[in-house]
Design a protein around this ligand. Structure first.
Ligand code: FAD
Length: 432
């Protein structure tokens, strides 16, 4: 008999909860990854950056496993069909995997659990991608928090060394199932192309974390970690990073708590992940949804330099600085009165670190419809934001080199006009 460890968004062999528990059992463990067409078919761009990233991370795991005399088994197919095949191929006793909190994943995992159980196999699941999950940090009455500050306070009060400890996977390496290297499906066999993109380094730079509080808001400085893609796909353990942050920077740790917070919100309020506002009254806003203006926003041609710089950075690199994400999101939903879901979907297509929980949280925060959101009457002024956070226009000039030339577009809408129009539309919807 064998056990299976099914990797999803935890693409690493070190400090991995499910893998640790699988190996510790003592039976040979078959490591598994499934490229799921239910997910891949939704990706419009065939040169998708995330698929390239995943493929590279799997190749890396494969290399390590081959050195151990084992091999990753990678399939392209619907998870239920793949598991049927695997159960025919191996005498499987147990399947181990880590929790995924997205609505699709929750349904998929329940279906797989049923399928396995019918064939006498048990599914064992673990917390791995966050420090605290589900009901671990809740209010005294057992209800989930919907406001960040009290949540973060309780999060910190609940934290002990235990949650930050790494799983000593290495101790059990001898239990990987021994077999010759198995071939992985190529990107092209799944209908994708490799993208030419430089992935952010997986480095926890101590100096950067130390200076994080002073530098994180300035997009012209490399003042944030760029680790989001590694946390998204689990090529870096959140426990390792949080352990480091806890000793160096409270502000940085706070960002990791935001990450836990939005995952917790998605778990308790799955409707936010299905295209609905956290606050139902925000469904009444009459969006203008001008398609031409949306196109200008996507291309970075709004005539608002900070917005255009951000969108161009996103299009070119798959990354955008957090401060600028807030500005462009606010601009789309408030200045242009375009449904935040359009922006959310565009980010989902482009961001290398796209994560349903954090992306949805960020968009609903900016549009005002989210839990603990910016109040609707606070409309970011892109000029003031620029003055504060890119005073020398260094970031803007990098992405918008034609800034002072005639070819640069005039503002798509005047700030004061847009602000008034937004306040009216919101007030009407919210009957304020
Ligand atoms: P750092 O500043 O170095 O922060 C460290 C880590 O903390 C990040 O890697 C990330 O995992 C986490 N983090 C930081 N800020 C947040 C936050 N506000 N919410 C949740 N986690 C956070 N982040 C994503 O990972 N994926 C997304 O799809 C995403 N979409 C966003 C959309 C909008 C509209 C906004 C306003 C924010 C979004 N964020 C998203 C949050 C944040 O912008 C990015 O996590 C951050 O910019 C990534 O850069 P970094 O790794 O250098 O972050």
């Amino acid at each position: 008999p064998v056990n299976i460890c099914w990797f999803r968004r935890d693409l690493r062999l070190d400090d991995n909860a499910a893998l640790y528990h699988a190996l510790k059992q003592g039976l040979p463990v078959v490591p598994l990854f499934i490229f799921d067409p239910n997910i891949l078919d939704k990706l419009e761009e065939k040169a998708d950056r995330r698929v390239t990233f995943i493929h590279a991370a799997l190749a890396d795991m494969q290399e390590q496993l081959v050195k151990l005399g084992s091999s990753l088994e990678v399939y392209y197919g619907r998870p239920d069909e793949v598991f049927q095949k695997l159960l025919d191929k191996y005498p499987v006793q147990k399947v181990f995997t880590n929790h995924d909190y997205e609505p699709y994943a929750v349904e998929r995992d329940e279906a797989i659990r049923r399928l396995l159980n019918e064939r006498g196999v048990s599914l064992h699941t673990y917390k791995d991608q966050v420090i605290f999950e589900k009901e671990e940090v809740v209010k005294d009455d057992g209800k989930p928090y919907t406001v960040f500050t009290p949540y973060s306070r309780r999060w910190k009060a609940t934290l002990t060394d235990f949650q930050l400890k790494s799983y000593p996977v290495k101790k059990y390496h001898q239990h990987f199932y021994k077999q010759p290297p198995q071939k992985m499906p190529s990107l092209s066999s799944m209908g994708f192309w490799k993208t030419e993109i430089v992935f952010p380094a997986k480095a926890m730079r101590e100096e950067l974390i130390r200076k994080y509080k002073e530098q994180r808001d300035y997009p012209a400085i490399h003042g944030t970690s760029h680790l989001s893609v590694h946390l998204r796909f689990g090529t870096l353990s959140i426990r390792k990073l949080a352990r480091k942050a806890a000793g160096l920077s409270e502000t940085f740790l706070n960002e990791l708590i935001w990450r836990d917070f939005y995952h917790m919100i998605l778990w308790h309020f799955p409707h936010v992940g299905k295209g609905r506002a956290f606050r139902p009254e925000y469904e009444h806003i009459r969006w203008r949804n001008n398609e031409q203006e949306f196109e200008c926003w996507c291309q970075g041609l709004t005539g608002y330099p900070i917005v255009d710089a951000g969108m161009r950075e996103l299009n070119a690199t798959g990354f955008m600085h957090n401060r600028v994400r807030m500005i462009v999101a606010s601009f789309l939903s408030k200045h242009l009165l375009i449904d935040w879901r359009w922006g959310e979907a565009y980010f989902a297509r482009k961001l290398l670190d796209f994560d349903l929980a954090a992306n949805n949280g960020g968009w609903q925060w900016a549009a005002g419809s989210g839990c603990d959101a910016a109040p609707y009457f606070r409309v970011f002024n892109p000029y003031l934001q620029t003055k504060k956070f890119d005073p020398d226009l260094k970031y803007i000039r990098h992405w918008v080199p034609e800034l002072e030339e005639l070819s640069y577009p005039r503002p798509i809408v005047e700030h004061e006009v847009a602000r008034k129009r937004c306040l009216e539309a919101y007030a009407k919807a919210l009957k304020k």
